[in-house]
Design a protein around this ligand. Structure first.
Ligand code: FDA
Length: 539
């Protein structure tokens, strides 16, 4: 084969680039024309379409982006953003995207760790559900309908507005969107008592690839199963969820006790590993590991923060702690009693007395550059193993790193690993979230910090779940495997699929094959339909 001269090669590249660019511009214009042609009321749809020429395009794009890694100028941008006001506008977006070969990325709260709801290498439109935020709470039936663009903070607020003794077991950060959060599982401080958010969904409404609006009855139990933990993005556009509200006491108790290495942290963490998943299910004590500087001499050390929610008063908590974990030395002065909704603010990091209205503020609390990973632990890590982790936290890149250890057990042990696609149930002592944050912009800083967390992840391998090394889909990590941009084989998707879903991956593939055989709803970690896999193999 003759090798082309450099100038010949550049000519071909320029030609290829300009023809694909021209094709994408053409697609984009055809797409916009299609939207107005197929909309019953084209003025109304034109009011919710933003193209790069529009001054609101960038502010809308950036509004809910959590991870600053995906805000740089070279991050691929959508050709169009649509922020529907009514569900009747969505089937047109699906139809026109299919006709003109444009991908859809559905965004609710924008908290995806890898930006999959608003970044794609292929031409794409963002369907931003930000206007879908109505929440209807019914205390009589102890249920609520919550639209997918609502945040969990808004949901908690609306529940507390109607009742002091009802709550919902979802995540900690109030700005997380229910669209992505519930469809990936969604856990918080009540998971040992009530399981995940997805365990408490009783109905839903979704728009499928044909633009049909389905509820639990019309979609059937397979699809209803798949979207509660399998990630919504593979299956359609979730409009809203119906959830079961759960009892919370008038008063809960919270505490945070910080222990450094000098204060016996290694032994306490070591002990916590074998007892935290066996505590009564009203008690949740997680640990946050960080590097800190000691106030007295500035010396660097490792700190373990024991951060807890107890669903009851301190009179019941104190003897329970004395019996089960006396080494922590919990005293009355460490405990604060408050309402459940106040505890939501406490864990979100707001000071005592802050107005509950902050839960309605959708602006992300902090935006940082970050990379995260997850692990499940089935056997306590030895003290030497823990000391090896501490050592890594002294490295430069770990200045703002964290490890969050969340205990399982309780209700999590009682739910079958096949009940919903989220499979991480009995047998797990706790889950780890590994996180590294940084402040400097640019590739070099990103590379350094990402390489640190990858090294930490390698170090952890002997201590965590194996075959598969399990991971939590809501802590999205593209390092665990990705699809092709085009068709993906079952074998390729299995690499990441079994880590997130274990044997439920096969059922997810079957559901996908049934409801979206052409693989229209796809991203780097979406469930592939089996037909594509067969076609690739030639049968
Ligand atoms: P986003 O809009 O980015 O969507 C995430 C994924 O879901 C994308 O693939 C998207 O296409 C898809 N999707 C979104 N809306 C959809 C819809 N309506 N229909 C179909 N598909 C849809 N998790 C947890 O379990 N407990 C916790 O306490 C926290 N805390 C937390 C704090 C912070 C600061 C962050 C950044 C993240 C968390 N998470 C978490 C993780 C969180 O649960 C996860 O990122 C969710 O997917 C976020 O859902 P959003 O709707 O905000 O994300």
């Amino acid at each position: 084969m003759k090798i082309q001269s450099t100038s010949g090669l550049s000519f071909v590249l320029v030609l290829l680039f300009s023809s694909s660019w021209a094709a994408s511009v053409q697609n984009h214009e055809d797409f916009l024309q299609c939207l107005s042609l197929h909309s019953q009321n084209s003025t109304s749809i034109s009011q919710v379409i933003y193209t790069p020429n529009n001054s609101s395009y960038l502010p809308i794009l950036q509004f809910s982006i959590q991870n600053l890694r995906f805000t740089s100028s070279d991050t691929p941008k959508p050709t169009v953003i649509v922020t529907p006001l009514h569900e009747s506008q969505i089937p047109t977006v699906i139809k026109c995207s299919r006709t003109h070969g444009i991908q859809i990325r559905v965004r609710s709260g924008g908290h995806d760790y890898e930006g999959l709801s608003y970044v794609s290498e292929l031409p794409f439109v963002i369907l931003d559900m930000i206007n879908f935020k109505s929440i209807t709470v019914d205390t009589e039936t102890r249920t609520a309908w919550v639209q997918s663009g609502s945040t969990i903070g808004e949901l908690y607020y609306r529940i507390a507005e109607k009742s002091k003794v009802l709550g919902f077991p979802a995540g900690v950060c109030p700005t997380v969107g229910v669209g992505g959060h519930f469809s990936g599982g969604g856990y918080g401080l009540m998971l040992r008592k009530y399981g995940l958010a997805a365990d408490n969904i009783i109905d839903t409404r979704l728009i499928n690839v044909n633009g049909e609006i389905l509820d639990r009855k019309s979609m059937g139990e397979d699809l209803f199963w798949a979207i509660r933990g399998g990630g919504g993005a593979s299956f359609g556009v979730i409009l809203e969820w119906k959830i079961k509200l759960l009892s919370v006491p008038q008063d809960v108790t919270v505490f945070t006790i910080d222990k450094t290495l000098e204060q016996n942290a290694t032994n306490l963490v070591h002990k916590w590993q074998s007892i935290a998943s066996k505590f009564p299910e009203d008690l949740f004590i997680r640990i946050i590991i960080r590097r800190v500087s000691l106030a007295r001499d500035g010396k660097q050390t490792i700190q373990a923060s024991f951060n807890s929610l107890f669903l009851g008063g301190q009179d019941r908590l104190l003897p329970l702690m004395q019996e089960n974990f006396p080494e922590l030395g919990l005293a009355k002065e460490d405990c604060t009693e408050m309402s459940w909704i106040e505890s939501v603010l406490y864990f979100a990091g707001f000071p005592r007395g802050e107005s509950l209205e902050v839960l309605l503020d959708r602006t992300p609390l902090v935006r940082q550059y970050f990379k995260a990973k997850s692990d499940y632990v089935k056997e306590p890590i030895s003290k030497n193993g823990l000391k090896g982790i501490w050592k890594m936290f002294y490295e430069d890149e770990a200045e703002a790193a964290e490890m969050i250890l969340s205990p399982y057990g309780g209700k999590m042990d009682e739910i079958s690993e096949y009940a919903i696609p989220f499979p991480h149930r009995a047998g797990n002592l706790y889950k780890i979230q590994h996180l590294v944050y940084w402040e400097e912009e640019g590739e070099v800083a990103a590379e350094r910090h990402i390489s640190w967390i990858r090294r930490l992840y390698s170090y952890m391998a002997p201590y965590v779940s194996k075959f598969p090394r399990a991971a939590y889909i809501n802590y999205r990590d593209l390092d665990v495997g990705v699809n092709n941009q085009g068709n993906t084989s079952y074998a390729q998707a299995s690499i990441w699929g079994f880590k997130y879903f274990k044997n439920n991956f096969n059922r997810l593939v079957r559901v996908k094959t049934m409801v979206d055989p052409g693989n229209f709803f796809r991203n780097e970690q979406s469930i592939p339909p089996i037909s594509l896999w067969r076609k690739k193999k030639g049968d």
